[in-house]
Design a protein. Structure first.
Lengths: 295, 538
């Protein structure tokens, strides 16, 4: 297991981590202050939040730029590459667990809390004393609970835009894999075409999802406030959409790096990390399509 | 000697930089970052401790004396959050940072800059958390577990949630770093089954951290959206369920309990062999037991929720699964005792803390076994019996291990010996007063005194007074600890040898004391007889 090396590599000092901690704090403090403000209170939260968000973006830009320059200068040996790979894999695992929390909540609500409110098994007394007229159901006819929180709503049909989005993401996974094979074979033109297609498909997906959200809010009355159906629907698809956004930006950055010739046949961790991330986002979508839209 | 003298092919990597900001804020050095973690944890320990002192002062006698009930609730909540996320966890990460690269023969952590970020997030996160105490709405007051709907009434929930997000990001990055270091940076010949048990315990802990910190992030995010964005996750009227929060929280929370004790097991497995002058008994069994405990920690979470009204089948499953944990834990306790059996024992301060750990942690384990029984738990739930239980495992468990580890490795860090006399004064005061502090709380709990309440029935007065006296004196004993640390770091004249303890084995003892700013720039050659554990001794 242990590998043979002549010397280890330890990176030079950098102010980016400290900057990162500062801007993350600014971001979170601004967001906290904004949410915490009394209605109508003139707070500085939004300003601080904006500064924080811009700061985080600048920090990512600067930190990655210095890492890319070091990588191009050939500072990173095989062992560093392996550390990066492990880091990315475990990061994706942590993301899987994050989505797991929300999927877990969805399953619990559908398997237990809604049926119990309808008087099944464990919840018979709650049902009888609080909401004896509630019939447990998911979707439009009961997904917002016995108090009909948020009022009547319609659900987004699975076989319209969501199906289209599924096909878009699945094909984007294929195109990114073709681009990866092209990278290994050293065909730069083909990489640019297929990676570019992946970026466009990601953007298309986001466009359709924005469409879907607008329709949900304006025509279906399906909002974050539509009981627990709206809560799970928007948090699951929303966090996924956020990840697709990040993934698309990452893919676009990689596209420019390919254009500048940053990657070689056997030295392209940045490309692979983004490709893994994209496949992860894709797999999460399949879970969403199955459990949020179809079932 | 497997310590390789450093080369000077890249000068800036040798010797600590002179500028304060460069050295401490831009560091890529695992020892400096480890020091930062440990100093941060010590600071938080005293802040959290001051909350505890105020709580014990209020509970000194019945009636409301010192603080308003809402402030009391803030104190119990903040005491929990600060001690768990600010003191115990960063202390373990600091110890891991300092020792893991030296124990596996690596020059540094695998991802040194991310390591620096993991640390620097923490002070900011705690500024965010502690600042809520001074805000108009007051700090969080619903307990560190933040159960809805109570926690949703807290004015400053957004700050608390974001502070927890930051701490989670820090922990996840720290854990990723530790896994990458252990799996990728070991010197040739340092096979997995030759690693010190401390390194093994951190490998498994890091896996737990990556698996559950995101789940906590998810749980508190749902709190945030329920309070500020109209969602209904925990509102039965909208189809949700407050118990859902408890499930998600404890799916994080129970592995979290082991995150706070597995590295302690690792530390005890280093100290006991050293002062017994024997290799650890049953190395592979120790590693296997760690893995078993980690696995079981994922399937026992609902034992925190027996009284909430779970289906009977769930109660029974979680009761038996919980009791199963006593098997691998028993393996560990018996192996430590067997390691001591027939050894030529000496009782320097680290060993005293380790022996106290074994005895007192076992008491905490037994009260845990009592709490695991569903019918009994219906009586004990949310009483001082629970408080006594988790303080036995966290104070005389995790904290004693951290203190023991500090005495054990302090000469390696500073190059000076600490004062053995004052170390023993610290130990005996700690071990006596911690029992005066927490043992009576078992009786209070069995008699029905509820936790987190500032006032109580006069029937509980005597035991509370005893407990408070123990608390003040235990708190005061920690000032001795502070004195010993400062003396050792800055004033001690007694230099430490490279192999500080005669019976100590492992790569960290082959480098000079104090450990040079950079160790193992080239991989060390490993001689099996220098290793702490592993197949050589099996």
């Amino acid at each position: 297991m242990s590998q043979q090396h002549d010397a280890y590599f330890v990176p030079a000092k950098s102010y980016w981590p400290f900057v990162a901690a500062v801007v993350m704090f600014t971001f979170m403090f601004g967001a906290g202050h904004w949410l915490n403000a009394e209605p109508g209170e003139a707070g500085f939260g939004k300003t601080v939040l904006t500064v924080g968000v811009v700061g985080v973006l600048c920090m990512f830009f600067g930190w990655f730029r210095s890492v890319i320059n070091e990588s191009l200068a050939g500072s990173y040996n095989h062992q560093v590459d392996t550390s990066f790979r492990m880091g990315m894999m475990w990061f994706i695992f942590s993301e899987v667990m994050f989505f797991g929390a929300f999927f877990g909540a969805l399953f619990y609500i559908r398997m237990f809390s809604v049926p119990w409110l309808g008087g099944e098994g464990h919840g018979v007394l709650t049902h009888q004393f609080l909401w004896s007229d509630y019939t447990a159901a998911w979707g439009a006819n009961g997904g917002n609970g016995p108090a009909h929180v948020g009022g009547a709503f319609e659900i987004v049909p699975a076989w319209g835009l969501p199906l289209l989005n599924t096909l878009i993401l699945l094909s984007s996974s294929v195109t990114v894999t073709i681009a990866h094979h092209a990278l290994r074979a050293g065909h730069r033109g083909r990489i640019l075409v297929f990676l570019g297609m992946t970026v466009l498909l990601g953007a298309l997906f986001l466009n359709f999802q924005a469409h879907e959200y607008i329709e949900a809010y304006h025509e279906l009355n399906l909002t974050l406030g539509s009981g627990v159906y709206g809560s799970t629907f928007f948090l699951l698809t929303g966090f996924h959409g956020l990840h697709v956004t990040l993934g698309t930006i990452m893919l676009a950055v990689i596209w420019f790096r390919v254009l500048k010739g940053h990657f070689s046949k056997d030295h392209h961790f940045g490309f692979e990390a983004v490709a893994w991330y994209w496949h992860f986002v894709d797999v999460v979508w399949l879970g969403l399509f199955m459990f949020v839209y179809i079932l | 000697m497997s310590y390789a003298a450093t080369h000077d092919q890249h000068d800036d990597h040798h010797g600590a930089p002179k500028s304060f900001f460069q050295r401490w804020c831009m560091s890529t050095n695992h020892k400096d970052i480890g020091t930062l973690y440990l100093i941060f944890a010590l600071t938080m320990f005293f802040i959290g401790g001051s909350f505890a002192m105020t709580i014990r002062a209020e509970l000194f006698k019945p009636g409301l004396q010192l603080v308003q009930p809402y402030f009391f609730n803030e104190l119990t909540t903040m005491h929990g959050l600060v001690m768990i996320f600010g003191a115990i966890m960063p202390a373990f990460v600091g110890l891991g940072n300092w020792m893991i690269p030296m124990m596996v023969g690596a020059p540094d952590m695998a991802l040194p800059r991310m390591n620096n970020l993991s640390f620097w997030i923490l002070p900011f996160a705690f500024v965010l958390l502690l600042s809520t105490l001074f805000l108009p709405g007051g700090g969080p007051a619903g307990g560190w577990t933040m159960y809805p709907p109570l926690s949703l009434q807290s004015g400053s929930l957004a700050y608390v949630v974001f502070a927890i997000h930051l701490m989670g990001i820090s922990s996840i990055m720290g854990a990723i770093n530790i896994i990458a270091t252990i799996l990728n940076m070991r010197a040739p010949g340092m096979d997995l089954l030759k690693m010190p048990v401390f390194v093994w315990s951190w490998l498994i802990t890091a896996f737990l951290l990556i698996a559950v910190m995101p789940v906590l992030a998810g749980a508190v995010t749902m709190l945030l959206t329920d309070k500020y964005f109209d969602t209904s996750f925990f509102n039965p009227g909208g189809g949700g369920d407050p118990v859902l929060y408890q499930h998600v929280f404890w799916f994080f929370g129970h592995p979290e309990v082991y995150i706070m004790i597995l590295p302690a097991f690792g530390i005890i497995s280093e100290i006991v062999p050293t002062f017994s002058r024997k290799p650890i008994f049953g190395y592979k069994a120790m590693v296997f037991a760690l893995a078993c405990i980690a696995f079981l920690s994922f399937i026992v979470w609902a034992h925190h929720m027996f009284a909430v009204g779970l289906p009977l089948g769930a109660d029974i499953f979680f009761m038996y699964a919980t009791m199963l944990i006593s098997i691998p834990t028993g393996v560990k306790v018996f192996n430590w005792v067997t390691t001591m059996w027939g050894g030529s024992l000496t009782f320097e301060t680290p060993m005293l803390f380790a022996v106290a750990f074994i005895i007192l942690f076992t008491i905490g384990g037994f009260s845990g076994l009592m709490l695991a029984l569903v019918p009994a738990d219906f009586q004990y739930h949310d009483t001082y019996f629970v408080v006594a239980h988790f303080h036995y495992v966290l104070v005389t468990g995790a904290l004693f291990a951290i203190i023991g580890a500090t005495y054990y490795w302090l000469p390696k860090w500073t190059g000076n010996m600490y004062s053995e006399f004052w170390g023993k004064v610290h130990f005996w005061n700690s071990v006596i007063w911690v029992n005066v502090l927490f043992f009576p709380q078992h009786f209070l709990g069995l008699a029905g005194m509820p936790r987190r309440i500032p006032d109580y029935n006069v029937a509980f007065a005597n035991f509370n007074m005893i407990s408070s006296i123990g608390g003040f004196l235990f708190g005061a004993s920690q000032l001795v600890f502070l004195g010993v640390l400062i003396h050792c770091a800055f004033f001690s004249k007694k230099k430490a040898a490279d192999r500080v303890w005669e019976g100590a084995r492992g790569l960290e003892w082959t480098v000079p004391s104090p450990a040079p700013h950079h160790t193992f720039d080239v991989p060390p050659v490993i001689h099996d007889e220098e290793l702490a554990h592993g197949d050589v001794h099996a």
